[in-house]
Each structure stands twice: as structure tokens, then as C-alpha cells.
Design a protein around this ligand. Structure first.
Ligand code: 8YV
Length: 326
């Protein structure tokens, strides 16, 4: 009996080490292969692990492409604990009949907090000032010590006005008395614009008119290097650029050059094109705060992301509609 029952249990691969109590919920309904060492699979290892599985629990580090799907004929559902899905070939998943689910909403406020933290840290040079102090270089108070631009009361341009962009707009307007401009594939309804106190602009106008610019758009081929040398040249010379979207949205070499040449005030970056590798040009750029893709990383939020990913996976394996399909 139990042997028969176990034959019926779907097989699932959990690609990274996630909260054991949340994975235990999956183990109650599926045969789970996990990755307690938390090593990131190479594409070949991922193909091998998923070769006999019906379900995949992944993060942003695992790439689901056509070659992988060709090699994993039993795969029915890919559940990513991220909101972004640029690591998944959605068209190939449709062709292979694979359901894709993601984890929106649960990380919105935590990620918006971090976007604002980066805006403040970069504009007010908090990292550089702390290193200066720790290095023992602080010998006297002076009027212009780390004097930078202001955040409150200035104009913030938000590129990508989805859930996270809107949560940042609320912080900017209500917490910091800022004026908010935004650019989006489609303008928001007049009602939502009114509620957010946000004004639509073309990308070029937003870059020209904003004191600070924050990127919160999904990555796509059209968004590749959306912010390059031409766009950086449109920005105000003391503006801060914050990127909590994906590294590929920004031409990092052009950004490093603008910072070196003093044509941009500061940069706060949580995402990088080749992450976890960070381009040496960015590492050497002045007035820059760099963090290792942690915008959603609070314990309650990372737990909520993992829980939603498991709930989605279990629903699809049971033949029920997923909670948050892509
Ligand atoms: C994740 C993110 O932490 O959800 C997303 O899209 O970028 C982050 O919240 C990261 O992708 C995990 O791999």
C-alpha cells in the first residue's frame, strides 16, 4: 500500500536551501530532493536534478530555458520564490505545457523600504562616511564634510510603476514631501495617479526633470541597457540613480564612467548584470553604494516568499489553480 502511495507522490526538486519548516509542507505531499548545501546548480546539474521531477522550486539564480525543458519531459510546474521572472523562458514553458508561478505582493513593502534606504544611503554618502570614520580619518568636524544633495522635498523619478514603484511613491510623497514623476509601459489610471500624487513623463523628460531616479521595472529584452550613456547624460549632475530592478537595465560601464567624470551625483545599486560578479568599474566608482541583491531580504518577507512558492507548487501538483500564476 505505502509503496503504491509513494509511486503516486510527485517528485520535486527544491533548488536552494530554504526554511526547513516550509519545505516540510512540501515533503508531506511530494518526494522532495533538496539542496542542503545551498550550492547553485550549473545548467547541466539543474537539468540532471529536474530530469525526473514534476515540480521545481527555484529562486532567481536558477535559469529555466528551452534546453532544460527539452531535457525534463515530466516537469509540470516551476514555482519561483521571486516576483521577477526574467530567469524563466515563459514562451518555452507555454510550449512545454509547464505552469509557472511567482511570488508577487509579499515582498512589495520590504523591497520598497530597501529602495528608499539605498536612495538615502547613496545620496547622503553613508557608506563612504562610515568607512572614513572606521579608517581613522575623522580628525575634525567640518562644514562640508560629506555634504551632499537632499532627498526630502526633491523630485523623484520612478521608472517602472508596478507594485514596488507605487510603494516607493507613497514613501516619497507622504514620508519625504517629494514630488513624484513616473514612467511606465502604460500610464496608470487618472484615479491611481491622483491617489499616488504621481505624474506620468516620457523617459527622457523624467530623467531631465528628476533630482533622483529609481528603477523598479521588470527586466525584458526591451529594458536591456535602458539607462545608457545617452540617458545618463540627460540626468541632473547631482542626481542619484538607484537600481533595485535588474542589473541588465543599466549600462554599468557607462554608469561607472558618469560617476568617475562627476556627471552624476551618486548611485545605489542592489542588482548587477553579471551577479554575483560585480564589474570592477563599478567597484571603483565613487559615491556608490553597492549591496548583494538583498532588497527583499527581511526574515518575514523571505519566509512569505518561500511559503507562497510552496503553496503555489502544492496547488498545481494537486491539480488546483495556482495562487499567483505568471
Ligand atoms: C529575490 C527579486 O531575492 O523577487 C525578485 O524578483 O529580485 C528578489 O526578491 C531574488 O531574485 C532571489 O533570487
Amino acid at each position: 500500500m505505502s509503496g503504491h502511495a509513494s509511486l503516486q507522490r510527485p517528485r520535486v526538486f527544491v533548488a536552494r536551501a530554504v526554511f526547513p519548516d516550509i519545505v516540510a509542507q512540501l515533503e508531506a505531499v511530494a518526494d522532495v530532493e533538496s539542496n542542503p548545501d545551498d550550492a547553485v546548480c550549473t545548467p547541466a546539474q539543474l537539468r540532471e536534478r529536474l530530469g525526473d521531477k514534476q515540480g521545481a522550486f527555484i529562486t532567481g539564480s536558477e535559469r529555466i530555458d528551452r534546453a532544460l525543458l527539452d531535457a525534463c519531459p515530466e516537469l509540470k510546474v516551476v514555482s519561483t520564490m521571486t516576483v521577477g521572472v526574467d530567469h524563466i523562458d515563459l514562451a518555452a514553458c507555454v510550449d512545454h505545457g509547464v505552469t509557472v508561478t511567482h511570488a508577487p505582493d509579499v515582498l512589495t513593502e520590504t523591497t520598497a523600504d530597501f529602495g528608499f534606504a539605498l536612495l538615502l544611503a547613496a545620496t547622503r554618502q553613508i557608506s563612504a562616511a562610515e568607512h572614513y570614520l572606521r579608517d581613522g580619518r575623522w580628525t575634525k568636524w567640518s562644514v562640508d564634510l560629506f555634504a551632499g544633495a537632499d532627498v526630502h522635498g526633491t523630485t523623484l523619478g520612478i521608472v517602472g510603476m508596478g507594485r514596488i514603484g507605487q510603494a516607493i511613491a507613497r514613501r516619497a510623497v507622504h514620508g519625504f514631501g517629494m514630488r513624484v514623476l513616473y514612467h511606465n509601459r502604460r500610464p496608470l489610471s487618472a484615479e491611481v495617479e491622483r491617489e499616488l500624487h504621481a505624474e506620468y513623463r516620457s523617459l527622457d523628460d523624467l530623467l531631465r526633470q528628476s533630482r533622483h531616479v529609481l528603477l523598479a521595472l521588470p527586466y525584458s529584452a526591451q529594458a536591456h541597457h535602458l539607462i545608457g550613456a545617452r540617458e545618463l547624460a540627460l540626468m541632473q549632475p547631482d542626481a542619484t540613480l538607484v537600481n533595485i530592478a535588474r542589473g541588465g537595465v543599466v549600462d554599468e560601464i557607462a554608469l561607472a564612467k558618469a560617476l568617475h567624470d562627476g556627471r552624476l551625483g551618486a548611485a545605489g545599486l542592489d542588482v548587477f548584470e553579471g551577479e554575483p560578479r560585480v564589474d570592477p568599474a563599478l567597484l571603483a566608482a565613487p559615491r556608490t553604494v553597492l549591496t548583494p541583491h538583498i532588497a527583499s531580504s527581511s526574515v518575514p518577507t523571505r519566509r512569505a516568499m518561500a511559503q507562497l512558492a510552496v503553496d503555489n507548487l502544492i496547488a498545481v501538483l494537486r491539480g488546483q489553480p495556482p495562487l499567483t500564476p505568471v
